[in-house]
Design a protein around this ligand. Structure first.
Ligand code: BGC
Length: 443
């Protein structure tokens, strides 16, 4: 089995472990002592509270599997919504023709067209455009947001030509990837449950999002038809399946986080009459809402309380790209105020919520220079902070602590999904057939 994973560049981070970082910077360790005298207790407390030893990870994996079961049993049975996607079959590679896709999920929306040529010719041509969503639209009205999307789509569709061919008499079809919790009512319709990731658009919750898009397209006179509404996890799974039919799970680690997987319909008590000819269907877990037994700190709690959705999306707030930078910022503000991290005063710019973003954290973690020069520049550029080597080192320790907690918890979540799938396979013939070579890998 394969787990397809995407992480936006904003979030993906590769960095050396603390021990390897230290081994390449022996001199720098000697110079650290002074600031650490006052911030050391704060750092130790943070590290203790963010620790994710094996028993914690096992608990998270087990609880994730248990919540999945409860969410499949009945709607509202768990924090995990376990949403039916109405996607019962996945791409095979035989698909042919011109397809459009629209992707609305976080800070950007993307439009794409692709000409598929079946197993032989595969992806013959593809073009896409990405537009960042102005902040005011994330907080505006439904009509404003969908009008903005429809006009982006209109401009893009007008540029079609060259290698892209629509058979005469056919309408352009769009796959709409909408990366928020939606209660699907069919493959091409679904009701928005709530906004996440900082969106609070009025007038959409409780409405069919395809209806909202269709109305906006009509206002623009755009003659296109939405033929599928999918969550981004489901789109990722379908995209990976196009190339490899072993893929069973898709995970998004981006601005937000979520996972979907292939479930057997016999394991879904709440299915109520929905028949899938394949005996399987894709379930969108909406695991961002998971909260059972997660290590938490006062910084997480304060950030949650100040958010537009307090008490919700706790897993997402602990591991996803929208929030990691903000947690780090809150920690270093406390270290500055209580431990004099940057000297006598706390730089004003640092008090601005979300000023430190996850890409900044990634960039700081990738600084392996002796004097942590990049860390110094980022702190200066973003927060107006003049830092010495000792303070930079502490900031890196804080980043490592928060990022490592997120990474390990994301891993535990994936294990939870695999545990749940294993139970299903054990109950069915599939397990017997696959028993010998059963395994999974991340792609
Ligand atoms: C949304 C999910 C989405 C995930 C990743 C979450 O905030 O609730 O529907 O899949 O972000 O984009």
């Amino acid at each position: 089995m394969i787990v397809a994973a995407t992480s936006s560049p904003a979030v993906g981070s590769s960095y050396l472990s603390r021990s390897s970082r230290r081994s390449i910077m022996p001199r720098f360790r000697m110079a650290l002592r002074s600031n650490l005298v006052s911030v050391t207790p704060l750092l130790s407390k943070l590290q203790l509270e963010c620790a994710t030893p094996l028993p914690v990870l096992r608990h998270v994996a087990d609880a994730m599997a248990a919540e999945m079961r409860a969410g499949l049993a009945l709607d509202g049975g768990s924090d995990l919504k376990m949403i039916l996607s109405y996607v019962d079959s996945l791409p095979t590679g035989n698909e042919k023709g011109l397809f459009y896709a629209l992707d609305l999920g976080g800070t950007n929306f993307r439009v794409l067209r692709v000409q598929l040529g079946g197993k032989e010719e595969r992806v013959m041509a593809t073009e896409f455009e990405q537009v960042s969503i102005p902040r005011e639209l994330m907080l505006g009205t439904s009509e404003e947001l969908f009008d903005f999307i429809a006009s982006g789509l209109e401009k893009f569709a007008q540029k079609e030509g060259g290698k892209f061919h629509l058979p005469p008499g056919r309408k352009r079809e769009i796959g709409f990837t909408f990366s928020f919790p939606v209660k699907q009512t069919s493959i091409e319709s679904g009701i928005l449950i709530k906004w996440t990731k900082g969106f609070t658009v009025s007038g959409t919750a409780g409405r069919d999002v395809v209806g909202c898009l269709n109305e906006a397209m009509e206002r623009k006179g755009l003659d296109m038809r939405v033929s599928a509404l999918v969550n981004d996890t489901v789109g990722t799974l379908a995209g990976a399946r196009y190339w490899d039919d072993d893929v069973m799970v898709a995970v998004i680690l981006g601005t937000g986080t979520n996972a979907c997987y292939v479930e057997q319909t016999s394991a879904i008590p709440k299915l109520q009459g929905h028949v899938s000819p394949s005996g399987r269907t894709i379930i969108n877990t909406e695991w961002g809402a998971f909260s059972n037994g997660l290590p938490s700190t006062v910084f997480d709690e304060d950030m949650d309380a100040a958010s537009i959705n307090p008490g919700e999306q706790i897993f997402e707030k602990t591991i996803s790209g929208m929030y990691l930078g903000e947690i780090v910022r809150r920690v270093i503000v406390a270290m500055s105020e209580e431990g004099g991290l940057f000297g006598k005063s706390t730089p004003e710019k640092l008090s601005m919520p979300f000023v430190l973003r996850t890409p900044d954290i990634c960039a700081m973690q990738q600084d392996f220079s002796n004097d942590l020069q990049a860390v110094g520049s980022i702190l200066y550029d973003i927060a107006g902070v003049e830092s010495n080597l000792s303070a930079r080192k502490t900031v890196i320790d804080v980043c490592d602590t928060i990022v490592k907690r997120g990474g390990r918890l994301a891993g535990a979540g994936i294990v939870g999904i695999l545990q749940k799938m294993d139970e299903g396979l054990k109950r069915s013939n599939l397990w017997e057939e696959n028993c010998g070579g059963y395994g999974w890998r991340l792609v």
